[in-house]
Structure formats: C-alpha cells, structure tokens
Design a binder for this molecule. Structure first.
Ligand SMILES: Cc1ncc(COP(=O)(O)O)c(C=O)c1O
Length: 374
C-alpha cells in the first residue's frame, strides 16, 4: 500500500469511542431510526416490508429524485449514490484523474481530497488558507495564478473543514470563471452545505452553477445521519459520472437498501431536520463566544458563517498535538489538533452536538486547572 494513512480517521479510530467528551465533532446530532421514521406517516410499515435484494448501482430512482430536490439544475440522472462521502472522493479521483495531472487543492483539508490524487500520481498544489489574525481567507488571485494548461481539477470544500471558511457567491463565480477558461473540473466537497447560519450565507452547489462542476453531498454532516453511510456525486458532466459508476462496480456495487430508504425519508423531511440541527448550532455558538471572550489571551477564533466546525488559534504554544494529548489524557476530552491537517498552532472545534455545553464545561475546567496560571 502506498497511500498515506489518513491521519484524521486514524485519530478518530483510536479516540472517538474511548474519550469521555468531545468538542471537535464535525457531524450534527444524530437521531434514532424510530425518530427518523416518525417524521413520515407510513414510513415504519414501508421499512418493515422493504425487500433486501440488490439495489440499483446508481441509487434508487426515488432517492435520486429526493436528492435532486436539493439542487436547481441537477436531475435524478445527474446523480450517483455512494457509500458516505469517502467512497465518492476515492472513486471520483481514481476514475477521472491520471498520473501527471495537476490538481489544485484548497488546503489544509480533509486529507483524502489531497492524498488520493497524490497517490494516483497527480501533481498536487495546495491553495493555502491565509490568516488575517484568526480570520481565514483564500486568495482568488493566487488561485488564478496557480492554474496552468495541465490543471485537470480544482478540489474545494465549502463550507470548509477545518477552517469553517465559506465562499461568498461572488467568490464562487470567480472560481467558476477561472475554471471555465480552461475547462477545468471543479470538485467541491459540500458535505456541510445547507448548514448556513443564516440564509444570506447560502451559495449554490458547484454542480448547479458550472457544467464541469461536481458536487459531493452526504447524509452524515448537516443532516446528522452518518450511520446511514449514504452520500452522492452530482454533476451535469455525464462522462465524469459514468467513469465513477464504472469504478463503483469494483468497490460497493450498490448501496444498502435500508439506508437508501431512510435517507429518502430524511431528505423529504430535511427542512425539519436542518431546523433542529441549526437550532443546536445557534444554541452552542454563544457558549464558544463566551469562552473565547473570557480566554482571549490563550485562544482566538473567527466565528464561521456556515457549518458545524471552526479552527481555533492557540496563543500560548504552537504544539497543538502535545496540547491535544494533554487534554485527552488529563481531561478525557477529545479535540482535533491542527497537526492532523499538517497545520500547527490550531485545533478544530465542533458545535453541532447537543452535549457540547457539558463537554465545553469540562474543557474549561481543564483550561482553568492547567493553563490559566501560565
Ligand atoms: C470535508 C469532509 N468530506 C468528507 C468526509 C467523509 O464523510 P463520510 O464520513 O460521510 O464518508 C468528511 C468527514 O469528516 C469531511 O469532513
């Protein structure tokens, strides 16, 4: 195996279920199968009668219609349903990129967006975040200057993990114009889309605004249903989608029938689910405001406009990995050090979970015990 181990997933595998508290989760609060089924009359009976045979490789046509309703220019035929968001990242890259292709990746990032193209033999260029104090930005002129005749794809993530950055509509259009001039694919990981903190921050999916745009969606994050393992690719570029569909027959072939059914129920009731999850976010954000207001000499953050995560700058030390180890060992609290993203001096926090108040209280106890005297 040549691909680099996935640092973030290795970290979660080791600590997610062994720590007492977490202040770094990127998914919103999940729910039970019963709670989900209760959102739609007759859904429980239908699930009971569901046939557990193979399903269509592309995804159930009804589910694809439900997914298409999230978009404005995408129909059921422009979608391929996959396992979570991780499988389509892997498949998109392997099916559409070749050794020697130049690929520009918004960075730091969820590692597979970078490591999979690297492993294929692509030349990966990082479009790095720039920090103005604790406020992240991405420089569009720099992106324009990075593009060459060999650029095959620009790989983005909006809203962005880990910085919490979200493009404006104007920035999105500028990116599309840069890409369109040279027929470059824009692959945008949109797993946190629809969790804008106010409707004014919503931007269209890249697949809606660009004919070579590929949007990655999933049930895991904004909708809080990672256990379903249902994600998808949306694109009007038929060749890209077909390439992925062919490769998918070597990985998962088709999706889990119960998961597809449950994802459909969730999507038909997604406004209710999103409202619930946004309420959790809005309840949690002021707690961090208070916390970072109180401990501003130790940490600073820039409150994001979308998504359930932010990247916090540390002022007392730059060894985020050692800090996270101490927080875990002495406080039994999980946070995600910037080192996981090869970006030191920061750690990632999350605010989509209901038990954040308790976890943050524990983190504050740790801070008071160990840092305040520094
Ligand atoms: C930006 C991003 N993309 C993809 C994924 C993978 O999602 P899934 O667990 O649904 O495969 C994650 C998970 O944390 C993520 O943050």
């Amino acid at each position: 195996m040549t691909i680099k181990p996935f640092k973030l997933e290795r970290y979660y595998t080791q600590y997610e279920f062994t720590s007492d508290y977490s202040i770094c989760n990127s998914d919103c609060e999940a729910m039970t199968v019963g709670d989900l089924l209760a959102l739609e009359d007759g859904a429980a009976v239908k699930l009971n009668n569901l046939w557990l045979g193979y399903t269509e490789t592309k995804g159930h046509p009804e589910l694809r219609r439900d997914i298409a309703s999230i978009y404005t220019n995408i129909n059921a035929g422009d979608l391929l349903v996959c396992t979570g968001a991780q499988e389509p990242i892997f498949l998109f890259a392997h099916a559409n990129l070749t050794p020697g292709d130049e690929v520009i990746v918004q960075a730091p990032c969820y590692q597979s967006l970078q490591s999979v193209p690297e492993d294929i033999g692509c030349k990966v260029l990082n479009w790095m975040v720039k920090y103005e104090g604790s406020r992240p930005t991405f420089d569009l002129e720099e992106l324009a200057g990075m593009v060459t005749d060999k650029t095959k794809a620009i790989i983005l993530n909006a809203p962005h993990n880990p910085t919490g950055y979200h493009f404006t509509k104007a920035e999105q259009l500028a990116i599309v114009e840069i890409a369109r001039k040279r027929n470059i694919i824009v692959f945008c990981d949109e797993v946190y889309r629809e969790l804008e903190h106010s409707p004014e921050y919503a931007i269209p999916a890249f697949a809606d605004v660009y004919e070579n745009g590929v949007s990655l969606g999933v049930m895991s994050k904004a909708y809080g249903l990672p256990g379903l393992r249902i994600g998808w690719l949306a694109t009007r570029n038929k060749a890209i989608l077909e390439n992925v569909a062919i490769l998918k027959e070597y990985t998962t072939i088709c999706n889990s029938a119960p998961s597809e059914f449950l994802a459909g129920v969730a999507l038909r009731n997604r406004q209710q689910i999103l409202q619930r999850n946004l309420q959790i976010v809005h309840d949690n954000l002021p707690l961090y405001d208070r916390f970072f207001g109180k401990y501003g000499d130790l940490f600073s953050w820039h409150k994001p406009t979308a998504g359930p995560i932010a990247f916090v700058k540390m002022h007392f030390d730059t060894d985020d990995v050692a800090f996270a180890e101490r927080v875990l060992k002495d406080g039994k609290i999980l946070l995600l050090p910037g080192g996981i993203y090869d970006y030191s001096g920061f750690f990632r926090i999350g605010f989509g979970r209901k038990n954040l108040p308790e976890a943050l209280e524990k983190f504050e106890e740790f801070v008071l015990d160990t840092l305040v005297s520094l």
